[in-house]
Design a protein around this ligand. Structure first.
Ligand SMILES: [Zn+2]
Length: 213
């Protein structure tokens, strides 16, 4: 009897937790630099924290640079820290069109055969043969949160965004589990605009596993 009650309470709690809104983070175009590329672009400087981001240890740096593509350029693109092993430029598909660069849809860190671009600062320039991607939408979570949601690293799920006039269900949202991460869904500015996120009162909820069509 007692065990039945405990199980019932646990089931109800789990259900409630799964219905809680998932914090939404909209990623504007940004650059993660390798230490080597940073030194070339900002000689004599250190990577200075401007603002801490939601994920532990991640921050927006004071430094910005210009993305130069064959068709156009975009200035004042924020550098994020800490340093990465390889420089990675994350843009939206709209940005890629303005720049005239190929930017495949990838998870962070999957840079093989990705797009090339030129990075420019006031002090220097770095020509990348690869490193430009459009980030696949994803949800960061800790292992404990993954257990609560009943999902694993690498799963893909559906997330319903409600509360705007352009409510939308995002499919193929990648689950990224790591113990140094906290619960947050990351989408880019094209996706945020598609669902009118930023209007206030917008809520994202996990609504199931991705369906194979
Ligand atoms: Zn992310």
């Amino acid at each position: 009897m007692v065990q039945d009650t405990i199980q019932q309470v646990m089931a109800t709690l789990t259900q409630r937790i799964r219905q809680q809104p998932i914090p939404l983070g909209v990623s504007s175009r940004h650059v993660h630099l390798s230490e080597r590329d940073f030194q070339q672009l900002f000689p004599g400087q250190s990577l200075q924290v401007k603002k801490d981001l939601q994920q532990p240890g991640q921050f927006a740096a004071e430094q910005t640079l210009t993305l130069k593509g064959p068709r156009g350029q975009i200035a004042q693109v924020r550098v994020l820290g800490p340093f990465r092993a390889q420089t990675q430029v994350e843009v939206s598909f709209s940005d890629a069109r303005v720049l005239g660069v190929d930017a495949p849809l990838r998870l962070s860190g999957e840079l093989s055969q990705s797009g090339g671009i030129t990075l420019q600062s006031q002090q220097g320039e770095v020509v990348l043969t690869e490193g430009v991607i459009v980030a696949r939408r994803h949800i960061h979570m800790s292992r404990a949160e993954a257990m609560l949601y009943g999902v694993s690293h690498g799963d893909t799920v559906q997330v319903a965004v409600t509360g705007s006039e352009r409510r939308l269900i995002f499919d193929d949202v990648a689950i990224r589990v790591a113990d140094d991460m906290c619960l947050e869904m990351h989408i880019d500015t094209d996706e945020a605009n598609a669902a009118q996120i930023g209007a206030g009162g917008v809520v994202a909820r996990l609504c199931g596993k991705s369906q194979v069509v």
